[in-house]
Design a binder for this molecule. Structure first.
Ligand code: PLP
Length: 411
């Protein structure tokens, strides 16, 4: 594989990247000059800003999106003896988090055109689970789209399942139901919604994540599990003799732990960056939507060889990924050849995702299950560059490069 030409005046375009502006930098520097590096006011401010940005009632910020998923499962009391439905097309973390609380995974197939698990796929997984005690379902809002969360919620309530949305791709996404418009994060059709603020995601805190919920008790449990299971809340203290001084006041050093938790806290530095980035969220979402619309126009002549993801009805995505579906065989090439040729011409790409049930760990544990939708989708998918500072001219360059690679000489 050749390295990108260092003398080219065209910058290399990764599939995703952060954008950090001077206001973001100033916000982080001011935390460094202050009294709190962690567990300080910038964390509370970020949680408040997240509630305002997503319509969440409560938001709990934590160290990353994987921690957010883990905390959500802990707070939902999902554990050994339970099973959880997870779509085959996701990042490892969704399934791993459920395994790490001791739950088993029932993988669900996906729609090959949108990459989404629909309610019917969750229902089929539930039927396949047989006598297992299915306790939850974790829809993944792939690429930033969400497929009818209200339909999944009605399936979940029929069977008494908890819904934990993996919205790591979908900060800023909205969707429509008969009742009106909903924001992802409002948790209108879920118990909890998880986000990631990794640099490739819609906004970044370097590493970071959050859980949104409408339920004050769940928010309280999430906060405790985030910090070793500790509480100083007088109402929650159970050991009166240790907790209280003779005059009845709570002892100033006293804390209690009812269930072991973790250190999944996030620093004030990270939260200051997050709050600053969130101020741009509406603008970032506008840019991403415009770029995806431009891709769609520019890609149209390449159909049916190359097609974008199918648009999910009723969803207005913030678009984390620009995925195209390519019929590599019909183009007389392979995905590896295309990725290598794009890279040589300064265009990064990625595959989202290798179906998680195909990972050796899950294959050993659950055997080979047929996921025709996930398999068909995986054969075609390729993620092209999409990030805030990408220009329309660069979108043209990406698509022109892809077209020339697909029509180029074969060996
Ligand atoms: C990024 C991501 C995660 C994990 O988030 P981290 O912050 O990297 O831990 C989980 N699920 C999905 C779908 C993701 O894209």
């Amino acid at each position: 594989m050749k390295k990108p030409d260092p003398h080219s005046d065209q910058r290399f375009l990764p599939y995703g990247r952060q954008s950090v502006d001077e206001a973001d930098i100033a916000a982080v520097v001011s935390v460094l000059r202050g009294d709190w590096l962690t567990t300080g006011p910038a964390v509370d401010a970020f949680e408040t800003a997240l509630c305002e940005a997503t319509g969440a009632k409560h938001a709990v910020a934590c160290s990353n999106g994987t921690a957010a998923l883990h905390l959500a499962l802990l707070a939902a009391s999902i554990g050994p003896g339970d099973s959880v439905i997870v779509p085959a097309n996701t990042f490892l973390a969704t399934a791993n988090a459920a395994r790490l609380v001791g739950a088993e995974i029932v993988f669900a197939d996906i729609d090959p055109k949108s990459g989404q698990m629909l309610a019917k796929h969750a229902e089929a997984a539930y039927a396949r689970a047989g006598s297992q005690r299915v306790a939850g379902v974790m829809p993944v809002y792939f690429a930033g789209q969400c497929a009818a969360p209200h339909e999944l919620a009605s399936f979940a309530s029929t069977h008494g399942l908890r819904v934990i949305e993996d919205a790591c791709h979908a900060l800023g996404t909205t969707y429509r139901t008969a009742e009106g418009n909903h924001q992802v994060g409002s948790a209108d059709h879920a118990d909890m919604t998880t986000f990631s603020f990794h640099p490739v995601k819609t906004i970044t805190t370097a590493e970071g994540g959050a859980i949104a919920t409408r339920d004050a008790d769940l928010a309280d449990r999430l906060r405790r599990f985030r910090n070793h299971g500790m509480t100083r809340d007088p109402a929650q203290l159970t050991n009166a003799k240790l907790a209280h001084a003779a005059d009845g006041d709570v002892n100033p050093w006293y804390y209690e732990m009812a269930e072991p938790g973790l250190n999944y806290r996030v620093s004030d530095l990270q939260c200051a960056l997050g709050t600053s980035q969130l101020k741009r969220l509406p603008a970032i979402v506008d840019i991403r939507r415009a770029l995806v619309a431009h891709y769609a126009k520019k890609l149209a002549p390449l159909a049916p060889l190359v097609q974008p993801l199918e648009i999910v009805n009723g969803c207005s995505a913030s678009w984390h990924l620009q995925v195209v579906r390519i019929n590599f065989a019909a183009a007389g090439t392979t995905r590896a050849e295309v990725m290598n040729a794009l890279r040589e011409q300064g265009v990064g790409s990625q595959v989202h995702y290798i179906p998680v049930p195909w990972q050796p760990y899950y294959r050993d544990r659950y055997g080979d299950t047929d996921f025709p939708g996930a398999s068909a989708y995986y054969d075609t998918c390729l993620s092209l560059p999409l990030f805030e500072t990408l220009t329309m001219a660069e979108v043209d360059r990406v698509v022109d490069t892809l077209e020339s690679v697909l029509s180029g000489p074969r060996h």
